[in-house]
Design a protein around this ligand. Structure first.
Ligand code: COA
Length: 378
């Protein structure tokens, strides 16, 4: 390193890139607030629709505001016949995150306000995305299994309708509550990779569909949203709770990452884990299958003892979704259906006080040199 080398924060670790009023992570107390409200309180006292409103407006809704928000969401759930045709043409083995990213791009092309990046138009488009994403995710999932898509039901609240479009039926209220809690916990998390990507795209003046498609591309990665699926694959690989200790220690020999553990910001525990674990345990009770949560408990204990690394939200969310009956490849698309709220809140915030996001790189390639004519290049 020469004296001229600027300080490089690889992975932007510890860098404050902007201010934000959407949410706050407090790693010193393992806590997270949306608009000043603790997430665990929102999970107990509100529902996902109210939280979506909070993220987009900075305040929890009044009953009248919530009714108007719900009416707009319910009225926008149907996909166009053209989009349904496109989804039918997706390869049966397409990755579900590629399917949802492509569906969002298509929604952008057919949106009547596609090119309008005014705050009012961005908000209307965000609502259409929130409403249509579950329909698209469920249609792609069902078609990949040879099943026909199910039309959304505008008489159902958001979470009930999600089960309706995936399974054609609405489960018991405890299951809906556990799902709704997961949607609240996944909704927003400051400047994570996908949110920062969405803000970067917005900073160029591009439209919200582009920003959200880019966010989905980032969320697909196993170091980010893809971890909830990886957790379930891992749990299925472990023969059972009694084998979990040895299985995990054998992973340490290979220096492999254990999915669902670790976090860039939280180093002593993820604020969302206790609440999600509580509702994953409830799911285990409802279904009458305790093996995944028992295995999880052993893994969490051994990781803490041996590595001092805590689980993140994906760790309890993976088995919770599995116990709800969702196919594993649907886990990260479900995360998309929630995180659209946080991404959009950041798109609005970035647009309201925009400056192009354009950092610097410190060049370490060859020094400037002359071009040797091609015939003379040995
Ligand atoms: N399993 C095993 N070791 C882990 C680990 C995990 N899940 N997460 C972190 N570590 C180790 C790292 O190998 C590193 O060890 P070292 O100092 O010996 O090299 C140390 O802990 C610090 O981790 P680091 O990679 O610097 O943390 P980061 O902030 O760059 O990365 C994650 C954070 C989330 C990317 C990382 O913890 C990870 O890959 N987790 C698994 C994927 C996952 O669950 N992602 C969802 C995030 S919400």
């Amino acid at each position: 390193m020469t004296d001229e080398t600027p300080e490089i924060r690889k992975g932007l670790v510890g860098v404050y890139a902007d201010v934000s009023a959407v949410s706050k992570v407090m790693p010193e107390t393992n806590s997270l607030t949306y608009g000043g409200y603790a997430v665990q309180d929102l999970c107990e006292e509100a529902d996902f629709e109210q939280v979506a409103y909070l993220l987009w407006h900075g305040e929890l809704p009044t009953a009248a505001q919530l009714a108007a928000f719900q009416a707009e969401e319910r009225a926008n759930r149907a996909l166009s016949p053209a989009l349904l045709r496109v989804i039918r043409e997706f390869p049966a083995n397409a990755h579900p995150m590629d399917a949802v990213r492509t569906a969002v791009s298509f929604m952008g092309m057919e949106d009547p306000e596609a090119a309008d990046v005014s705050d009012a138009a961005q908000r209307r488009k965000a609502m259409r995305l929130l409403a249509k994403l579950p329909t698209a995710v469920a249609a792609a999932n069902r078609l990949s299994k040879g099943l026909e898509p199910i039309a959304p039901d505008p008489s159902l609240p958001f979470s009930e309708n999600f089960f309706h479009v995936v399974f054609g039926k609405v489960p018991a209220p405890e299951v809906i509550k556990s799902f709704d809690v997961s949607m609240i916990l996944y909704a927003e998390h400051t400047f994570n990779a996908s949110t920062f990507v969405a803000r970067t795209v917005t900073s160029t003046g591009a439209d919200i569909h582009g920003a959200i498609a880019a966010g989905i591309a980032a969320l697909k990665g196993p170091l980010h949203g893809g971890a909830n699926e990886a957790v379930m694959h891992m749990l299925k690989e472990i023969p059972g709770p009694n084998a979990a200790d040895e299985w995990l220690r054998s992973r340490f020999d290979h220096k492999a990452l254990v999915m669902g553990f670790g976090h860039r910001v939280y180093k002593t525990g993820d604020s969302r884990v206790p609440t999600m674990t509580k509702y994953a345990e409830k799911m285990a009770e409802v279904v009458g299958d305790r093996r995944w949560m028992e295995t999880s408990r052993v893994l969490a204990r051994v990781m803490l003892e041996a590595k001092n690394i805590h689980p993140n939200l994906d760790f309890p969310a993976g088995p919770a979704y599995y116990l709800m009956g969702f196919d594993i490849p649907l886990f990260t698309p479900i995360f998309v259906c929630s995180r659209i709220t946080g991404w959009a809140a950041h798109v609005f915030e970035q647009g309201a006080d925009n400056r192009l996001i354009r950092p610097l790189s410190h060049y370490v390639g060859p020094a400037q040199r002359s071009i040797v004519p091609i015939n003379a290049r040995g």
